[in-house]
Ligand binder design. Structure first.
Ligand SMILES: Nc1ncnc2c1ncn2[C@@H]1O[C@H](COP(=O)(O)OP(=O)(O)OP(=O)(O)O)[C@@H](O)[C@H]1O
Length: 307
């Protein structure tokens, strides 16, 4: 079953920004990462998934319901953690959780949130106004799962959590996913988060989806990362023909960083004719592959495999 299905989903703001013709299919039980640099369109997409804003064009179905008009029944099946949570400051954590459970017509004790309060080491007797940023985040996470949603949407969920709590949070998400079959869709800038959690990842840039892949597919992309420093100072990308090999080549502090496909012959020939001061050739890390995807010159929209 497809839990999130977007076809040519578009949101255009008055300033021409937004997201353009997104095609996306997230399957039931997937942990799906949505990554992209600042301003790429992650929050805009999430707001459309939550029916907080209406698309300008395109189609969207959530949990088998075609979006358009009001769908209160869907709200009972979706959990959402916004990137910045607004909470009632004078409530205690426990009161907030009980309130959220009551809104959904359930007992807090029967909710998955009750199980995780202790795990996340949250003191729910304290008033929310005394909570640190990390504790507010923890409460937000618990509030988003109070009603055991079928689909959990998280907007930059771990910002503000220390590494130990992040790990606890990842374990919790994995457990929710395995025990309840919860489909999890989350946006992030944090690449290690994607690596630790996701089955598949969509990369968005400048409002367009540039890739949807499994992590294995991204890791298996062929190619080499080359970092070269030349005896002659300055940026040699054009003069030495480096940009002809990789239009996305970058120049930083005397280093020329570029990528080639599986064959190194052309680049070795080129380098052998120059005065090379330092050279490093290796397979890129997963993080570098993501950064490459961010930096790549914009391709024709949707010309990479999008499932
Ligand atoms: N209400 C709005 N009116 C006009 N432009 C907007 C509005 N909301 C977002 N934008 C623009 O749309 C683009 C996408 O923004 P969005 O907030 O969705 O990106 P994002 O990927 O969530 O970024 P970040 O990681 O910084 O939160 C940006 O260029 C942003 O400036």
């Amino acid at each position: 079953m497809i839990v999130i299905e977007a076809k040519k989903l578009t949101k255009r703001y008055g300033n021409g920004k937004g997201v353009q013709e997104l095609n996306l299919a997230v399957n039931k039980g997937e942990i799906f990462g949505f990554i992209g640099p600042n301003g790429a369109g992650k929050s805009t997409t999430i707001r459309m998934l939550l029916q907080l804003i209406a698309p300008t064009a395109g189609e969207l179905s959530i949990l088998g319901t075609r979006i358009g008009g009001d769908h209160p029944e869907l709200r009972a099946r979706i959990g959402y953690l916004p990137s910045e949570i607004r909470l009632f400051p004078d409530m205690t954590g426990k009161q907030a959780l009980e309130f959220a459970a009551a809104v959904h017509g359930i007992e807090l004790a029967n909710s998955p949130a009750a199980r995780y309060v202790e795990r996340l080491q949250l003191d729910t007797k304290q008033k929310i106004k005394s909570y640190s940023l990390g504790n507010r985040k923890k409460l937000g996470i618990l509030l988003s799962i109070v009603h055991n949603p079928d689909l959990l949407i998280l907007d930059e969920p771990t910002s503000g959590l220390d590494p130990l709590m992040q790990q606890e949070f990842y374990d919790m998400l994995r457990e929710l996913n395995e025990r309840h079959g919860t489909t999890i869709f989350f946006s992030t800038h944090v690449l290690t988060e994607v690596e630790k959690l996701c089955d598949r990842v969509a990369i968005i840039r400048e409002g367009r989806l540039i890739r949807v892949s499994t992590l294995e597919e991204i890791a298996a992309d062929g190619g080499h990362r080359i970092e070269a420093m030349f005896r002659e100072p300055g940026d040699k990308r054009d003069e030495y023909g480096i940009r002809a090999i990789d239009p996305g080549a970058i120049y930083e502090n005397g280093h020329h960083i570029f990528h080639v496909g599986s064959s190194l012959n052309d680049v070795l020939k080129l380098l052998s004719e120059k005065q090379v001061h330092e050279l490093n050739i290796r397979k890129p890390t997963l993080e570098e592959r993501f950064m490459d995807e961010y930096r790549k010159p914009q391709q024709q929209p949707q010309d990479r495999s999008v499932n």
